[in-house]
Write a protein that binds this ligand. Sequence first.
Ligand SMILES: [Zn+2]
Length: 144
Amino acid sequence: MTREELIARARAAALKAHAPYSGFHVGCAVESVNGEVVTGANMENACYRLGVCAEQSALTAAQHAFGLAQVARIVVAGGPLVEGAIAGADTVAPCGGCRQAIYEAAALSGRDVEVVCAAATGDAVTVSTIRELLPSAFGPDALG
Ligand SMILES: [Zn+2]
């Protein structure tokens, strides 16, 4: 799948977010080494601290579909919901906790997972790897 197609999948997933408190919808598309794609979106909760980010939602789906060790690429996109559409031209990046979750997939596979941060609209995008986003990470190897 092309990067643009994956961004479209992440943007579509953002529309399925449950984000009534922040109003900030984030979608994530995870692609496997074999080209399978799963998506997720942020899921907020009235007990605020129990919310789940889009990346961790999508990584859970990835584990069920093809396994974390097969994750090759992750695309994140989102922004505020405005009149039924996701708005905003600024790229969205994974939070620290999600970087740790993405690193888990990278550590399991021994591959540096590509992370694409896109905006809700427009062409702005940043492309990096999880090792760039989370240097000197704590991972499974640290547990012996
Ligand atoms: Zn997060």
